[in-house]
Design a protein around this ligand. Structure first.
Ligand code: GLV
Length: 323
C-alpha cells in the first residue's frame, strides 16, 4: 500500500458506491465496508499510514484527537456541511487543512424540513400509529385535527443557504416569512421576508419555528426555556440543524405542558443516545438524522469532499477550506 504513488485516503465510514469508486480510482483508498464506527484509538492507528481522512459527523475531532493525528495526515475532508464535530482552531494550530460540503445538501435538508413541518402540523405520527395498531375505526369529522401551513407565519432562525431554501418553499405554501440571525440578509426580491434583530420580537412572530443555525458554543441551547416561553401558544418547532441548538429540557416541557403545539426533530443532542423523554411524546415527529439522506445528495456530498481532496493533492486551494 505504502509503495503506491497515489495519496492514501482513509474513508472512516461506508460511502455510496459511486463515491467509493471515484475515491478508489484516484487514491489508494482504505474503506470501511462494514460501516463500523471506528473507535478513536483505532482511527489514529490506521491514520499512521494515510495522507488524508474523509470523515463524517460521527468522528469527533476534538483538540486531543487532532493533536494525536500522525504528522503524515494533512487534510480532513468532512462528508457534511456542519463541522461542529471538528475543532477548527485546533486544526489551524496543527496546520491541518479542513474542508466541508456546503451547498450539496441544501435542497434535501429543505425538503425534510417540510416533511417535519407538515408531519408535526398534521399529526402524521399519531395517524400512522392509529392505523398500524389497528385502532382506526373509520373517518370521523373531528379525528386528529391538525393545523395548516397556509396563511401562517414561518420563522426561520438562521437565514443561510438552507434557511433561504426553506423560506422559498414556505412562500410556495402560502406562508409569511420572518427570520432572525446576527444580521439582515440581502435577499432576492422574490424572497420577501421580515428580519427581526431582536429574538423576543422574532419568536413572537413564529407560528412555526424552523432552526437553521450553525452549532457553535454561542448558539448551544439557543432554544432555551425563555425562548420557548416567547413563542406563541400552539407554536410548532422544527429542528433539522443540530440537536444541541435546543435545550431538550425546555422543549420537552413546552411540548408536554401544552404551550407548544408540536415539534418535528431530525437532530438530537448526544445522537444516537437521545433524551428518552422524547420517545412517548405523541405530538413530536422524530427522525434519525435523515436530512441529507437521499441517493442524489449523499453522492453529491461525497463528490464534493473528493473535489476538495483532489484540489488539495493537486497543490491547489480546496474550494471549501475551513482551516
Ligand atoms: C448533516 O447534518 C451535515 O451537516 O451535513
Amino acid at each position: 500500500m505504502a509503495s503506491s504513488s497515489k495519496p492514501i485516503i482513509l474513508a472512516t465510514r461506508k460511502l455510496p458506491q459511486p463515491v467509493e469508486e471515484r475515491l478508489s480510482g484516484a487514491y489508494e483508498a482504505i474503506l470501511n465496508p462494514d460501516d463500523r464506527q471506528l473507535p478513536i484509538d483505532e482511527l489514529l492507528r490506521i491514520a499512521e499510514g494515510v495522507d488524508g481522512i474523509l470523515c463524517t459527523l460521527t468522528d469527533k475531532m476534538t483538540p486531543p484527537v487532532i493533536a494525536a493525528l500522525p504528522a503524515r495526515v494533512k487534510i480532513l475532508a468532512t462528508f457534511s456541511v456542519g463541522y461542529d464535530h471538528i475543532d477548527i482552531p485546533a486544526a489551524k494550530a496543527r496546520g491541518l487543512v479542513v474542508t466541508n460540503t456546503p451547498g450539496a445538501l441544501t435542497d434535501a435538508t429543505a425538503e425534510i424540513t417540510f416533511l417535519l413541518l407538515l408531519g408535526a402540523a398534521r399529526r402524521a405520527y399519531e395517524g400512522e400509529t392509529m392505523l398500524r395498531s389497528g385502532q382506526w375505526t373509520g373517518w370521523a369529522p373531528t379525528q386528529l385535527m391538525g393545523r395548516q401551513l397556509h396563511g401562517k407565519r414561518l420563522g426561520i432562525a438562521g437565514m443561510g443557504r438552507i434557511g433561504q431554501a426553506v423560506a422559498k418553499r414556505g412562500l410556495a405554501f402560502g406562508m409569511a416569512i420572518h427570520y432572525h440571525g446576527r444580521r439582515a440578509v440581502d435577499l432576492p426580491t422574490e424572497l420577501p421576508a421580515t428580519f427581526h434583530a431582536d429574538d423576543a420580537d422574532f419568536l413572537a412572530h413564529c407560528d412555526y419555528l424552523s432552526i437553521h443555525m450553525a452549532s457553535t458554543p454561542e448558539t448551544r441551547h439557543w432554544l432555551n426555556a425563555r425562548r420557548v416561553g416567547l413563542l406563541p401558544q400552539g407554536a410548532i418547532v422544527v429542528n433539522t440543524a443540530r440537536g444541541d441548538l435546543v435545550h431538550d429540557e425546555a422543549l420537552i416541557e413546552g411540548l408536554t405542558n401544552g404551550h407548544l403545539g408540536a415539534a418535528g426533530l431530525d437532530v438530537f443532542a448526544g445522537e444516537p443516545n437521545i433524551d428518552a423523554r422524547y420517545l412517548p411524546i405523541p405530538n413530536a415527529m422524530l427522525l434519525p438524522h435523515l436530512g441529507s439522506a437521499t441517493v442524489q445528495t449523499r453522492c453529491a456530498m461525497g463528490f464534493r469532499a473528493l473535489d476538495n481532496l483532489d484540489a488539495y493533492f493537486a497543490g491547489k486551494a480546496p474550494g471549501d477550506k475551513l482551516a
